[in-house]
Design a protein around this ligand. Sequence first.
Ligand SMILES: [Zn+2]
Length: 229
Amino acid sequence: MNVVVLLGAPGAGKGTQAPLLAARLGIPVVATGDLFRSAVRDGTPLGMEARRFMDAGQLVPDEITVRLLLERLARPDAAAGVILDGFPRTGVQAAALDRALADRDARVSAAVLVDVPSEELIRRMSGRWICRAAGHPYHETSSPPRAAGVCDLDGSELYQRPDDRPDTIRVRMDQQLGALAEVIDHYRSSGALRTVDGLQGITQVAAAIDVALTDAGVAVAAGGPAGVR
Ligand SMILES: [Zn+2]
């Protein structure tokens, strides 16, 4: 069973890579949010427990999250493994996951970090503008409007939400990168960490992930690394 942990800061492109990697490895992506939602929807005892915390606006305790994850791993579609996206989020969670997997004679096969410098992350995240009339989204570099400050579709003014402003993003990013650094340290110590350069294009990052996984002993699907045909 391959348990692949995908790591990356918000804006690093991890969310783009996860489904692509799932298709190449033939195993599902398990995102923590989906885990909670499906357990709550199915009304499992653990799901009900998780729901109490969510309803109270509290974080679901690590112990419950790990147990939910183990339930998910026991489902037939995960027999060959899973890609974890969004978990573990802290060093404590990473250690809890290791213990739970060890109980089942399993371990994290590879923790792949899609690495993007924080200044670039802030640039990517802070370029978002939306229009006043309908919230049509734009991005300074990746999808700019035809005329600066004006919506292409309805001519209304573009503005930045407080959450999308560089100073807000910098503060939030510092908090998230602190937790991510703990997780990175954990997998560096365990030897599972592999780092790929996230500044490349989507295809190049995918190919680099395949190389990193092969290096960690995870068999990538026949047909070779992404982009090599
Ligand atoms: Zn608009």
